[in-house]
Design a protein around this ligand. Sequence first.
Ligand SMILES: [Zn+2]
Length: 60
Amino acid sequence: MAMKGGMGAKMVSCDCGFMIQSPSENEVVKMTQMHVKDTHQKAVSSGDVMKMMKPGMMMK
Ligand SMILES: [Zn+2]
C-alpha cells in the first residue's frame, strides 16, 4: 500500500515535465487525467495517477 505521506499537498510529475500539485488528492487526479488526455491523447485511471503521486510541497 502507498504511504499517506506527510501533510497536505500531493504532486504528480508527468514524463513530459508537466507538474501538477494540489492539497487535494482528488484534484491532482482530475488534473492529471485532463493533462494526459489533452496533451498525450491517452487515458489514465485514478489508480495509475495514485501510483504516480508523491507528497508535494505546500505553495501559496
Ligand atoms: Zn505530460
